[in-house]
Design a protein around this ligand. Structure first.
Ligand SMILES: *[C@@H]1O[C@H](CO)[C@@H](O)[C@H](O)[C@H]1NC(C)=O
Ligand SMILES: *[C@@H]1O[C@H](CO)[C@@H](O)[C@H](O)[C@H]1NC(C)=O
Ligand SMILES: *[C@@H]1O[C@H](CO)[C@@H](O)[C@H](O)[C@H]1NC(C)=O
Ligand SMILES: *[C@@H]1O[C@H](CO)[C@@H](O)[C@H](O)[C@H]1NC(C)=O
Ligand SMILES: *[C@@H]1O[C@H](CO)[C@@H](O)[C@H](O)[C@H]1NC(C)=O
Ligand SMILES: *[C@@H]1O[C@H](CO)[C@@H](O)[C@H](O)[C@H]1NC(C)=O
Length: 536
C-alpha cells in the first residue's frame, strides 16, 4: 500500500464520521427516553429538553475532532445535562503504515507521493481517536526559548549568521527535507538527529510548515545573550542544539540518543524506557543498596574528577559508590557491564554534568532511586520543569562529599519521602517524557519557530533530498538496527497534544523562586547536620 492509497482510505473513513455520530446521538437519546421519563415525570419536560440536548451534543461534536466519542448521561431534576466522553470500544482505530521502500541494486530514492499539507491536516484531525490533551508543562519553555525573536521575527540574515558553528542546515520545503552539511559532528549525533526529524515527518506527515534551521551538535551553547542586548544589535542568530544555559540563547532540541546512541550501544528511547520500567520492578527501593551510585567518564570535566574524591576509601565513607566507565573496554565486552536497566540497584543515584549537560540524566531519573543532582549549569529541553525535593535532591557543587553524605543519611532516615522523590522523577520520565511527547515537543517547537520566519524557505541549489529510505536502506550494523527499531511505522492516529500558553512572567518568577528556596532549605538542613556532628 502506498501513501496515496492510504490517503484515500483515510478520507473515505472520515466522510462517514459525522453522519454516523449523529445517528448515534439520536439512538442514545432514544435509549435514554424511558428513564428520562421516569425521572422527570412528564413527557412534556422531555420534549422541552430535547432540542437543548441535541444542540449541546452537536456543539460538543463541533468542538472535538472525534465526533463519535460522546454519549449523553443522566438528566437529573436540577436540569443539568451531563455529556460524558466515552472511551471508544470495539472499534479499534485503523492504523495506516507507511512502508520503507528500499530498492536493491539501485541508487536509493525518496518517495514522490508525499501528502499535500492541507489534505493531511484535514484527514488526520478528523481521524484521530482521542480528544487532544494539553502537553506537559515543560513545553511552556518553547515560548521562553523563542522569545528573543518574538518581536523582530527571524530574518534570513539572522539565520545565515548561525552558520558559524552549525554542523548542518536543514531545509523543509513541501514535506521534503534537504540537508546542507557544513562539517563533521561528533560520532553519529547529526545522523540520528536528522533521522529523528524525518520520523517526526512520518508521524505527522504534511503537518509541518516549510522552514530552514541551523543545527549545532556540540555540547556547549554559544549564542551569548550579552552580545545581543544593546539597542543596535543585529539580532541573535537562531541556533538549535541539545543544551542551553542562563547566559545564552541557543534553542534546545531533544538529543540524538532518543533514537539510539550507536557508539555505546544505547537503545532507542522507546524500548529503553520499557526496559527501565521492568528493571525497576525487579528490585524494590527498600531492597536496594543504601548508597549513592555513579558510573561514568570522569575525564570530561573537572567537577567529575572532584566527585571521585568522595568514593569509599580507608579514610572516609561519604556514602558514595563511584565507578569509572571504560567505554573502550565495555565495547570489547559487548557492553554487558553497562546495561542501564540493571544500574538501578542503589537507593540514590548521582547526576553530574560532564563537559555540558549529560545524556545520562534521563536514564538516572528513570530509576525509581532518589536522584542526587549536583548543581547543574546547563539544561536540556525538559529539566527546567523538575523541582528540588519533589523530583530530585539538590547537591552542592562545592563540598560535594559532605552534601552527598547528608543526602543519603537523610534518605535512609526518611525512607517514605525519599522513595516518593524517586518515584516522582521516574513517573515523570515514564509518563511525560515518553516518545510521543518527545515528538510533540519537536512538532510544537518547529511549528512555533516556523511562525517567526520572515523569509520564504528555499531548497539550496543542487541539494539532495534526504528521507528515511536514503538513510536507513544504506545503513548497516547498529545504525541500521536502531533506525529500524525507531522507525515511525505510519501517521499518528492521534493529534499532537495542545501547546500550553507561555508562563506569565510573574508565575515563572515565582516558579524559580520556589525552586531556589527549596535548594536553600536543603543547604540549611545540611549545615545544621554538620554542625551538630562537630559538637558531638
Ligand atoms: C442520575 O443522577 C442522579 C442524581 O445525581 C442519581 O441519583 C442517579 O442514580 C443517576 N442515574 C444514572 C442512571 O446515572
Ligand atoms: C446538578 O446535578 C448534577 C448531577 O446530578 C450534580 O453533579 C450537580 O452538583 C447538581 N447541581 C446543583 C446546582 O445542584
Ligand atoms: C545485484 O547485482 C549483482 C551484481 O551486480 C547481481 O549478482 C545480483 O543478482 C543483483 N541482485 C538483484 C536483486 O538484482
Ligand atoms: C556564513 O554565511 C556568511 C554569509 O551569510 C558567509 O559569508 C560565510 O562564509 C558563511 N560561513 C560558513 C562557515 O559557511
Ligand atoms: C570506588 O570504591 C570502590 C570500592 O572500594 C572501588 O571498587 C571502585 O573502583 C572505586 N572507584 C574509583 C573510581 O576509584
Ligand atoms: C558498514 O558501513 C561502513 C561504512 O558506512 C563500511 O565501512 C562497512 O564495511 C559496512 N559493513 C558491512 C558489514 O557492510
Amino acid at each position: 500500500m502506498n501513501l496515496l492509497s492510504n490517503q484515500l482510505t483515510m478520507q473515505r473513513f472520515c466522510s462517514s464520521g459525522l453522519v454516523r455520530h449523529f445517528s448515534e446521538v439520536l439512538i442514545t437519546l432514544w435509549r435514554w427516553r424511558p428513564r428520562v421519563k421516569k425521572n422527570l415525570g412528564t413527557t412534556t419536560t422531555l420534549l422541552l429538553f430535547l432540542p437543548l440536548l441535541i444542540a449541546t451534543a452537536f456543539i460538543s461534536s463541533l468542538w472535538n475532532s472525534d465526533t463519535s466519542n460522546f454519549s449523553v448521561h443522566n438528566i437529573s431534576r436540577n436540569k443539568t445535562v451531563i455529556i460524558v466522553s466515552r472511551k471508544p470500544q470495539n472499534r479499534p482505530p485503523k492504523r495506516i503504515t507507511t512502508p520503507l521502500n528500499c530498492v536493491k541494486n539501485q541508487t536509493q530514492t525518496c518517495p514522490t507521493n508525499y501528502p499535500k499539507t492541507s489534505q493531511t491536516q484535514k484527514s488526520i484531525s478528523d481521524y484521530s481517536i482521542t480528544p487532544t490533551s494539553t502537553c506537559p508543562d515543560y513545553f511552556r519553555w518553547i515560548h521562553e526559548d523563542l522569545s528573543p525573536w518574538k518581536v523582530t521575527g527571524i530574518t534570513r540574515d539572522m539565520l545565515e549568521r548561525a552558520n558559524q558553528t552549525a554542523h548542518f542546515r536543514l531545509v523543509l520545503v513541501n514535506n521534503k527535507v534537504y540537508i546542507h552539511k557544513y562539517k563533521q559532528s561528533i560520532q553519529t549525533r547529526d545522523v540520528f538527529t536528522i533521522w529523528g526529524i524525518l520520523q517526526l515527518l512520518r508521524k505527522y506527515p504534511g503537518r509541518l510548515p516549510d522552514l530552514e534551521l541551523m543545527f549545532d551538535c556540540d555540547d556547549r551553547p554559544v549564542v551569548l545573550s550579552r552580545d545581543y542586548s544593546g539597542p543596535n544589535n543585529k539580532g541573535p542568530p537562531p541556533l538549535f542544539r541539545y543544551s542551553g544555559d542562563r547566559w545564552t540563547m541557543d534553542i534546545v532540541f531533544p538529543d540524538w540518543s532518543f533514537w539510539g546512541w550507536a557508539e555505546i550501544n544505547i537503545n532507542p528511547w522507546e524500548s529503553l524506557l520499557r526496559e527501565l520500567k521492568e528493571g525497576n520492578n525487579r528490585r524494590n527501593w527498600i531492597d536496594r543498596e543504601p548508597y549513592a551510585y555513579w558510573k561514568g567518564n570522569p575525564f570530561v570535566a573537572e567537577t567529575r574528577r572532584d566527585l571521585l574524591t568522595c568514593n569509599l576509601s580507608d579514610k572516609h565513607d561519604w556514602n558514595a559508590r563511584l565507578y569509572v566507565q571504560d567505554w573502550i573496554l565495555e565495547s570489547k565486552r559487548g557492553f554487558q557491564q553497562s546495561n542501564l536497566a540493571s544500574q538501578c540497584a542503589h537507593r540514590y543515584k548521582i547526576y553530574i554534568e560532564g563537559y555540558a549537560w549529560s545524556v545520562s540524566e534521563k536514564y538516572i531519573l528513570a530509576c525509581d532511586s532518589m536522584t542526587l543532582l549536583v548543581k547543574p549549569y546547563f539544561h536540556d529541553f525538559f529539566i527546567r520543569y523538575l523541582q528540588p525535593l519533589r523530583h530530585y535532591w539538590p547537591i552542592r557543587d562545592k563540598d560535594k562529599c559532605k552534601s552527598i553524605k547528608f543526602a543519603v543519611d537523610w534518605g535512609n532516615t526518611h525512607k517514605q519521602k525519599a522513595q516518593e522523590i524517586g518515584r516522582a522523577a521516574s513517573n515523570f520520565i515514564q509518563e511525560e517524557l515518553k516518545m510521543e511527547y518527545v515528538y510533540d515537543y519537536m512538532f510544537h517547537l518547529l511549528n512555533e519557530y516556523a511562525k517567526l520566519l520572515k523569509f520564504k524557505p528555499v531548497a539550496p541549489d543542487g541539494a539532495v533530498e534526504v528521507c528515511s529510505e536514503t538513510m536507513a536502506c544504506n545503513a548497516n550494523g547498529s545504525h541500521k538496527k536502531f533506525m529500524m527499531e525507531s522507525l515511525v511505522k505510519g501517521p499518528s492516529i492521534t493529534n499532537p497534544c495542545t501547546l500550553p500558553p507561555p508562563y506569565e512572567p510573574k508565575v515563572l518568577g515565582a516558579f524559580y523562586r520556589r525552586k531556589l528556596n527549596a535548594i536553600l532549605q536543603v543547604q540549611k538542613w545540611e549545615d545544621r547536620y554538620w554542625e551538630s556532628l562537630k559538637k558531638q
